[in-house]
Structure formats: structure tokens, C-alpha cells
Design a protein around this ligand. Structure first.
Ligand SMILES: [Mn+2]
Length: 359
């Protein structure tokens, strides 16, 4: 297991690389060029200067997140070939500078969705990301995007960039009538083009689950259950066509048995990376908040999850995922320093215990 940390870059993150380096057991980043729009080429120069900066801080950068797939690829438009070519150039350049895993998703239009980015947790006064389907009520997608932008402490959120707001209405229209099977066909077209390149340059594509783990706004979503991930792995059969299992995203649906899903895909050598965090289910359907990583403060069994990683994919990259905002920290919702650092320490503790008792 290689413990890593998400970082948004010098100009877009309240957390410093020097602080990340001081977290016990931290090996490197899951890095991200936050200023690149979906479909844009990540130039060699940009990649080099980002990764050189990470290395200079004493951290590795073998995983890159959010090389976002352009909407035209997901919609299967004729312009997709150009965007796939761009994507391939980015893969080649990332590989050249030592990147081994690229985390991405194939969610139409929206990345992750919450109805409150700073819900106070009554028990201790901290706050966390929160979702209640009831709050969506009459809100249309435009309103939700606007709310998200206004409530994120001045940072823009991946997939929710203000400049995309204008196209949103048009894009939603274009998805009307698209079935999950049609979306999967477009997905296969993309994988058939990029996976052979990944094999050639020893990079693994790691698909992140839908978050939350069910369809929203009538859009097709095809990555939120074990069965759906089996279909994705089958679209192009290669270890390079892998997954980034995010326990909190998948775990938002209580029907998903996370340790079992980790074992299933770990045994098939299809887990290239993991995001690990906990979820607390609240009353009713599709109602949850994010919890600290500790098993007993949420509804996911972190020990069982780490044991499944240890048993089936012990070399995978993991990172603590969203944390709560604690100790008056101000930062990107979900991506403060303190609670994620506590999460990393806790996961490292579980790992040490599993390692020593397994020998
Ligand atoms: Mn995640």
C-alpha cells in the first residue's frame, strides 16, 4: 500500500506540500492540474514543472487525478476523436514523467454532488459534506451548481467550474434519451483507443465511481455497483483498464458491500487506486453525511476494507478521501489538512496491525 494525499497545486490549495510531507507515512501525492479544462492537452512543460515541484518537496507523484474526459466523448459526438487524441497525448506525457495511474470518471455532466458542503455535525461542532435527496426537492441542476459555487470558500470545484454553467442547459438536453447501454458503448470506444496506449507506456486508467452511487437528474450513470464495474472491466479486457475504488462514493448506497467489492476486483487485479473515507447514514433514503475515518463514527468498516486491500491488492495506491473541517480550519470543502491527516494516520495504524497479525 502506498499512502498518498490529494493536492490541488500551489495556487489552488490551502495545504502546503511541506505540510503534506510531515504527515507520518506519506509517500506522495495524487496530483492534479486544477486549471485544465476537460479535453485540453496537459503539456509536457506543465507536467514537468508540477512534478518537479512535488519531487522537490520529497514526495512522489505516481498518481494523477481528474484528467477529465470531455463531454463529447461521453456523448459519442463526431468531435470525440480529437479529444481522444488529446487525451492520448496527455497519457504519454504523464508516463514520461513517471506517472503510473490516472484517475478519471465517466460521469455525464456532473462530478460529485452534495446538498450542503459544510453541514455542522451536532455532536462535536465540526462540519462535513452532506447529502439529503429531500433538499434537492424543486431545485433544478442549474440552481445546485450555483449553490455549490457560492458555498465553496472561493475555490472552484472539479466538474463545477463557473465557466461551464453557460453550457449546462444545452449539455443536459443533449443527454436526453441516452440509455446506460448507449453511454457504455461510448465508453468502450474511448477505452479501445486509450488502453492500448496505456499498456505501451505502463500506465493504468482508474475509473472513479459515481458519487453519490445512483442516477441523478435522469442522467445515465454506469459506475456505481459491483455489477456495473464488472461490465466496465469487460469493455476492454486489460489490467490497464482498472478502477479507483472510492469507499465513500460507492458506500453512499448501503447495498454496496465495500469490503466484498474490494476483494472481488482486487483478486482480478483491477484496483489501481483507492480513496478511503467513511459515511454516516442518516434517517430516510439517500440521506448521509461524511464522517471521520474511524469505523465507529460511521457506517463503513475500515478494518474490513483495509484487510481486503491487504489480502487482494496490497501494492495499491490509497489516500484518505474527504475529511471534515475541524480545528477551525478554512479550506476546500472536504480537502482540509487536519482531518485527512488524521485519516491517513488511522489507516496506517490499521495497516500496521493487519501486517503484524498476518505474519
Ligand atoms: Mn473519491
Amino acid at each position: 500500500m502506498k499512502m498518498t494525499f490529494r493536492w490541488y497545486g500551489e495556487n489552488s490549495d490551502s495545504v502546503k506540500l511541506s505540510q503534506i510531507k510531515q504527515i507520518p507515512g506519506m509517500s506522495g501525492l495524487m496530483g492534479f492540474l486544477d486549471y485544465k479544462a476537460a479535453g485540453e492537452i496537459w503539456t509536457e512543460q506543465e507536467i514537468k514543472s508540477y512534478i518537479d515541484g512535488v519531487h522537490a518537496a520529497g514526495l512522489a507523484c505516481e498518481v494523477i487525478e481528474s484528467v477529465n474526459v470531455h463531454e463529447d466523448i461521453k456523448m459519442g459526438l463526431p468531435t470525440r476523436d480529437l479529444y481522444i487524441e488529446n487525451y492520448i497525448l496527455t497519457i504519454r506525457s504523464l508516463a514520461k514523467y513517471g506517472v503510473k495511474v490516472i484517475v478519471y470518471n465517466f460521469m455525464p455532466v456532473f462530478d460529485w454532488l452534495r446538498t450542503d458542503l459544510a453541514r455542522v455535525i451536532p455532536e462535536d461542532g465540526s462540519n462535513s459534506l452532506y447529502f439529503d435527496e429531500k433538499d434537492l426537492g424543486d431545485m433544478d441542476p442549474m440552481e445546485i451548481v450555483r449553490n455549490t459555487i457560492e458555498n465553496s470558500n472561493g475555490f472552484s470545484l472539479p466538474g463545477w467550474e463557473p465557466e461551464r454553467l453557460g453550457e449546462l442547459e444545452k449539455t443536459l438536453k443533449q443527454y436526453e434519451g441516452m440509455t446506460p447501454d448507449m453511454l457504455r458503448e461510448n465508453y468502450k470506444y474511448f477505452l479501445d483507443a486509450v488502453i492500448p496506449v496505456c499498456e505501451e507506456v505502463s500506465v493504468r486508467m482508474a475509473c472513479h465511481p459515481d458519487d453519490p452511487a445512483w442516477p441523478i437528474f435522469g442522467l445515465p450513470r454506469i459506475a456505481h455497483s459491483k455489477e456495473q464495474f464488472d461490465l466496465i472491466c469487460g469493455l476492454h479486457d486489460s489490467p490497464a483498464n482498472a478502477l479507483c475504488l472510492c469507499t465513500g462514493s460507492l458506500g453512499s448506497n448501503p447495498d454496496n458491500n465495500i469490503p466484498e467489492i474490494v476483494r472481488h476486483f482486487g483478486e482480478k487485479n483491477r484496483i489501481a487506486a483507492m480513496h478511503i473515507r467513511n459515511i454516516k447514514f442518516l434517517d430516510g433514503v439517500h440521506h448521509f453525511r461524511e464522517a471521520s475515518h474511524l469505523s465507529k463514527e460511521g457506517d463503513l468498516d475500515m478494518f474490513a476494507i483495509m484487510k481486503a486491500v491487504y489480502d487482494t491488492c496490497p501494492d495499491t495506491y490509497i489516500r484518505p478521501d474527504h475529511g471534515r473541517m475541524i480545528w477551525d480550519e478554512v479550506g476546500r470543502p472536504g480537502y482540509g489538512l487536519y482531518d485527512r491527516a488524521l485519516g491517513a494516520a488511522y489507516l496506517n495504524g490499521l495497516w500496521e496491525a493487519i501486517e503484524k497479525t498476518s505474519k
